[in-house]
Each structure stands twice: as structure tokens, then as C-alpha cells.
Design a protein around this ligand. Structure first.
Ligand code: TYM
Length: 338
């Protein structure tokens, strides 16, 4: 990154139900750390959410709940810009421009489309197909340089860099868009499902027992961890011995991360123990981190007027930046602006 480029952090989360442990440890925790050092812009990605069918009432509630989740996790709306994507029209405008920059071949390589569309590709909506172009627009509308995300978004970030580079080249606008860098948690880039250590923890998995939601109470967390899949062997001494034990690896990763430790140290501490014993430690660690957040979310959710006010303030700030940047983009493209 060139020295004169101003650092701007951008990221987004879809309002698709309760935030879960994967969202928090993989992304939002990093959002909070970054706001201490850089200018940060965080959006609730409601335009992305409608790539799957939504009940409008439920969507409205989920947008406010996600806002409450952001604040409860430690985002400060006075320091960082927090807003919902659809309230800044520049996202959709730039996405259209990027639809005309991005290549069909690039879209066809996106693994998330293949996973989400499944076998019924012909019947998927076009929005789901061009979703990565909208994500690139989200980031580049603010000329963001750093994007904190979980590992599953890495391919979309690579595409964003390709789009930025192609736009700069095609329109002779050297260095106009920065090539944003993904910021992925080194120690925990992907939190896996509690039912299947090979699948990521996700809102779309049917079983509630596959994930810890940030609003789960202590009893529920304990129950979910107790039921989490493991194998019959005790905790090994060496990391290499976790190689073919994805569920064991996942629980040890989570524990090490939330206790600010490393897997090496955890193994030293826990070697030879049965998973049932280890799970008690894991539950305690999760309860102490997650329950205060859940309590705060519930408090914040009860004051919807306050949450709407936070979003309105954020949208105004985001719109000002977006408008200025869009003006430059339209100038580069040759549009006449009145
Ligand atoms: P979404 O809503 O699926 O997830 C929000 C963030 O949480 C991370 N995440 C995880 N990290 C680790 N382990 C997991 N199991 C896990 N599950 C989710 C995601 O990587 C993400 O960082 N397309 C994005 C939202 C978006 C966005 C953007 C992100 C829209 N525009 C611009 C960055 C920049 C999405 O669907 O994330």
C-alpha cells in the first residue's frame, strides 16, 4: 500500500438472524480492535440479505438486532460509522458500474454462489450471482484499504482487488481505487460448526446446536457445548495429533482464542483430559465472554428508536463520503453531472 493512501477500514455483516460466535470471533472482534487505530466504516448489509427471500417484518427486526449486536460487542457509533447499506444509494449505483467492469468468468469462479445456488442454479436470482460485485462496491465506495473478514470472504476480497485494478487500468485512473487488503484473524479465521468440524458455523445451518448465538444464555451455551460433537480420544499433547480430528481441533481453537492463549499452551494444560472435562472449561470461558454481550444486546433491542437514530446518524456520515467519491467515479466514466 502506497504511503500517501489514507487507511480506511470497511466491513459488513448480513442481517440474517442472530449474530453467532463465528461472526464475533472471526470478524466483529476485529472490527472493535481496529476502531482504536483507524477510521472504520461498518455496514449492516441489507441489500445483500435480499439475495435470499426475506419476510419484510423480520428483515426490519434483524437489521435493528444486528445494529444492537454491533454496539453490544463494543463498536462505538461516535468513533466508527455504523449504518445500513440500503440507506446509502451509492452502493447500488457503484454495483451497477462494477457489473460492467467485472467479467462473467470471474463470477463463475465464485465458490459461494455455487454453494448457495446448489443444484438449482438456473432458478437462482441474478442478485445472488452478482453479489460479489456489490460487495466490491461496498468496499470501494469508501476507497477502503483494509477489510476485516472471516476466511470465507477471502475470495470476494480477491475479486474486489481485481475489479479495482481493472477499473484503474481501463479508465487510466492510476491508483484511483486502492487494492484493499483482507484482515483475517490469524489464530481463528474460521469457526466451525459444533455438529460437523468440516463445515463452518453458519446462520443457515438448520440445527441450533451447530452454533452458539450471542444471545444464548449460560444454560443454553453449556447445553450446546455438552452436545458438541467430539471423538472418543482424550486431548493429545501435540498439535500434529489433531490433524484428522476436526471437531476436537475446532473446540480447542475456540477455547485458546477466547482465553487469549494458543493451542500449544492449551494442549500443555489439558493433555490427557477427556473432552467432557475440557468442555466444562470451554463452557465457562464462553459464558464469561458471550453472556455479557447477549445481555447488552437484549437491553439495546428494547429501544428501537435509539437504534434507528444510530443508523440515521451513520447513514448521513457514510452518504457524505459516498457522494464525494461517486462524483469522482462518474467524472472518470464520462457521465454528465448536473
Ligand atoms: P456474513 O454476514 O456471512 O458474515 C459476517 C462476517 O462474519 C464472518 N463469519 C465467520 N468468521 C469465522 N468463522 C465463521 N464460522 C464465520 N461465519 C461468518 C464472515 O467472514 C464475515 O466477515 N458478504 C458478507 C457481508 C458483506 C461484507 C461487505 C463484508 C457485505 N459487504 C463488504 C466485507 C466487506 C457476508 O455475507 O458476511
Amino acid at each position: 500500500m502506497s504511503k500517501n493512501v489514507k487507511s480506511v477500514v470497511f466491513s459488513g455483516v448480513q442481517p440474517s438472524g442472530n449474530l453467532h460466535l463465528g461472526n464475533y470471533l472471526g470478524a466483529i472482534k476485529n472490527f472493535v480492535d481496529l476502531q482504536k487505530k483507524m477510521k472504520c466504516i461498518y455496514c449492516i448489509a441489507d441489500l445483500h440479505a435480499i439475495t435470499i427471500s426475506q419476510d419484510p417484518k423480520e428483515l426490519k427486526k434483524n437489521i435493528l438486532d444486528t445494529t444492537a449486536g454491533f454496539i453490544a460487542c463494543g463498536l462505538d457509533f461516535k468513533k466508527s460509522i455504523i449504518f445500513n447499506q440500503s440507506s446509502v444509494s451509492g452502493h447500488a449505483e457503484l454495483a451497477w458500474i462494477f457489473n460492467c467492469v467485472s467479467r462473467i468468468g470471474w463470477m463463475n469462479r465464485m465458490t459461494q454462489f455455487k454453494e448457495k445456488a446448489g443444484a438449482n442454479k438456473e432458478n437462482a436470482n441474478v442478485g445472488l450471482y452478482v453479489y460479489p460485485n456489490l460487495m466490491a462496491a461496498d468496499i470501494l465506495l469508501y476507497k477502503a484499504t483494509h477489510v476485516p473478514v472471516g476466511d470465507d470472504q477471502k475470495q470476494h476480497l480477491e475479486l474486489t482487488r481485481d475489479i479495482a485494478q481493472k477499473f484503474n487500468n481501463d479508465f487510466n485512473a492510476e491508483n484511483f481505487f486502492p487494492l484493499p487488503e483482507p484482515l483475517i484473524q490469524e489464530k481463528l479465521s474460521r469457526v466451525m460448526s459444533l455438529r460437523d468440524g468440516k463445515k463452518k458455523m453458519s446462520k443457515s445451518e438448520e440445527s441450533d446446536y451447530s452454533r452458539i448465538d450471542l444471545k444464548d444464555d449460560a444454560e443454553t451455551i453449556k447445553k450446546k457445548i455438552k452436545k458438541a460433537k467430539t471423538d472418543s480420544s482424550p486431548i493429545p499433547e501435540k498439535i500434529e495429533d489433531l490433524k484428522n480430528r476436526p471437531e476436537a481441533q475446532n473446540l480447542l481453537n475456540i477455547y485458546s482464542f477466547v482465553t487469549n492463549s494458543t493451542v500449544e499452551k492449551t494442549l500443555k494444560e489439558m493433555k490427557g483430559k477427556d473432552f467432557s472435562k475440557f468442555k466444562d472449561h470451554l463452557s465457562d470461558a464462553l459464558v464469561s465472554v458471550i453472556c455479557p454481550i447477549g445481555k447488552k444486546i437484549k437491553e439495546l433491542e428494547s429501544d428501537t428508536a435509539n437504534l434507528k437514530k444510530i443508523l440515521k446518524e451513520g447513514s448521513e456520515k457514510a452518504s457524505t463520503i459516498a457522494k464525494n467519491n461517486l462524483k469522482e467515479i462518474k467524472e472518470i466514466l464520462g457521465f454528465i453531472q448536473s
